[in-house]
Design a protein around this ligand. Structure first.
Ligand code: ADP
Ligand code: FBP
Ligand code: MG
Length: 527
């Protein structure tokens, strides 16, 4: 059946292109549709038509069809899709006090029949909670021209009453891929703790990302509560991370050799593309394996989720850099402080950090094109700020203004385009500009990116990591595979991997949050 769905989370814009409902193979670069900032940026309103209508709104049943199609897309893969006759057993996850690590199950599995802590498989979470009365409502996301209320439900995460793995038969592996992110150790820790509560004793860490499935001499790391007890007190990843690595069939060969039947994959878009490919390969080989992702992206660029772990910490930690830039700028005669934050294709960290600080005058993100020079350029605005208030602070995301830099086609081992350093460029251009116009300014540049990324998770992220890690284990024991965990409207959910990685989530320029950021900075358009 052909999908009738428009891309989730993307507004109907006048010239929107139908998005494939499932694009695997994303590897860091921004799809052309999203690179076309102009179209999105310049329209400050939502269009209710599409040039390539995927849905026939004259069909009286369009809504039912849409909802059915949505349900199909967001159905989460289960081991019984392939192994029809698998018989589940009652969950060994109950909160009755016992000592699972030292327990064997000779006398049967522990159970707690009176406990009502399980999630029903049919429990669902509403993905979109606002009923926009009109497409012109601020931030409206509409399916049809009348902005009809259409329900979109996704699966609720958590422990199930029946499980599809016997704990003593589980060999669970955890791997952390891509760049670092605050909270990786917290998630590893919670996965191990929760596995042990189910009664799993064979838990290993794969060193240095997907490479650890391949490189000779890299030994798996046995994990237990004892090993992971305090790892969350430090940033980084106990297991190490890496970009690039072996192809999927080598990874699955290695999993077969090691007897891994539960794989927990912590990573971003690229890692999840890999996890989904591993899941598909396992299915193809009829391996009874659960592959579950935990989205790790400091940039917060995974679709559909309220936020990903590490993001909150990054925003909080960025305050120190912004405040330093402010103090430097404010204390200098005509001071300008420039802070570069992470955000390869999405400006969420810069936007939130700017809003939180209240000290930023100009926020530059990848989604918004800008000129440096000319009457409407950033530099002229900085001059106005120096004249009016004596100092200025600029906060920018690393992916902003890439069109101003010379292009290289260089990529990292994962295939992500290596960006030019926009922070250094703006610093140099700013110094040059003020020198040339004979209006001396004191420019200070701060790049705290790797200092931020190496931090340990803050309290909010610590909680998020705990719940995500626990839910990942519940999902695997429940027999799901090819899924990832997340939060939607503050509820915890399971989502099929392809739906969250078809392109990176970006700041919506029609969103209330971006408008709030602009209100706070008071910056004009720089085009
Ligand atoms: N399309 C893909 N299919 C399979 N594996 C991928 C794909 N894209 C990236 N990977 C692998 O995922 C890992 C992490 O990818 P990367 O883009 O560096 O980080 P992130 O997961 O944070 O986006 C790397 O080992 C990379 O080889
Ligand atoms: O220098 P590295 O390790 O390639 O990491 C830089 C990248 O890490 C990020 O913070 C997040 O990247 P991932 O989500 O792919 O790990 C990007 O914003 C940034 O471009
Ligand atoms: Mg990535």
């Amino acid at each position: 059946m052909e999908s009738i769905s428009p891309p989730i989370g993307v507004k109907f814009v006048a010239s929107s292109v139908k998005e494939p409902s499932c694009t695997i193979g994303f590897s860091g670069s921004v799809p052309p549709r999203l690179r076309n900032f102009d179209r999105i940026c310049k329209s400050n309103r939502v269009f209710t038509e599409t040039k390539s209508p995927a849905i026939d709104f004259s069909d009286p049943d369009w809504k039912t069809k849409y909802q059915k199609d949505f349900e199909r897309r967001f159905d989460i893969p289960h081991l019984t899709d392939v192994f029809e006759h698998l018989v589940p057993i009652p969950s060994t996850f109950c909160l009755r006090s016992r000592t699972p690590a030292s327990e064997d199950f000779a006398d049967g599995y522990p159970s707690d029949e009176k406990w009502h802590g399980y999630i029903n498989n049919n429990d669902k979470v509403l993905l979109k909670t606002i009923h926009y009365s009109s497409p012109t409502s601020a931030g409206a996301e509409c399916i049809d021209p009348s902005c009809t209320w259409v329900e979109q439900w996704v699966h609720r995460a958590g422990p199930r009453e029946k499980i599809y793995f016997k704990p003593e038969e589980v060999k669970a592996a955890i791997v952390t891929c891509g760049g670092l992110c605050p909270g990786l150790n917290d998630v590893i820790r919670q996965i191990v703790i929760t596995l042990e509560i189910y009664g799993v004793k064979d838990i290993i860490g794969i060193p240095f990302g997907y490479r650890g499935f391949y490189d000779e001499g890299r030994h798996e790391m046995p994990l237990s509560r004892k090993v992971i007890q305090n790892i969350h007190l430090a940033g980084g990843s106990l297991l190490g991370v890496s970009r690039g690595g072996p192809d999927v069939s080598d990874i699955v060969n290695n999993m077969e050799e090691r007897g891994i039947n539960m794989l927990f994959v912590l990573g971003g878009n690229g890692t999840h593309a890999g996890a989904n490919a591993i899941h598909n390969e396992c299915r193809k080989r009829r391996m009874r394996v659960a592959v579950v992702g935990v989205p790790k992206t400091i940039d917060n660029d995974i679709l559909l989720m309220d936020k990903t772990f590490g993001f909150d910490t990054a925003v909080e930690e960025a305050q120190r850099a912004i405040n330093s830039a402010y103090i430097e700028a404010h204390s200098a005669f005509r001071g300008i402080g420039i802070v570069k934050l992470m955000g390869r294709s999405s400006g969420f960290i810069a936007m939130h950090a700017s809003l939180a600080s209240g000290q930023v005058d100009v926020c530059l993100i990848p989604e918004v094109p800008f000129y440096l020079h000319g009457p409407h350029g950033v530099l002229n605005h900085l001059k106005c700020l120096l004249e009016s208030k004596g100092s200025a602070v600029v906060c920018l995301a690393e992916g902003a203004g890439q069109n101003l830099l010379e292009k290289t086609n260089a990529t990292d081992p994962s295939g992500n385009i290596i960006l030019g350093d926009i922070g250094v460029h703006i610093q140099l251009e700013t110094k040059k500009y003020f020198k040339e116009i004979g209006f001396p300014a004191d420019v200070k540049y701060i790049d705290p990116t790797y200092m931020i990324r190496a931090c340990r998770a803050n309290a909010a992220d610590g909680i998020l990591c705990a719940v995500l890690g626990q839910n990942a284990v519940h999902g695997a024991f429940a027999g799901y595979s090819g899924i990832t965990v997340g939060t939607c409207n503050t509820h915890y959910v399971y989502l099929p991997i392809p739906e969250v990685i078809s392109y990176p989530k970006q700041v919506d320029l029609n969103s209330r949050m971006w408008h709030r950021c602009l209100t706070s900075t008071g910056q004009p358009d720089f085009v």
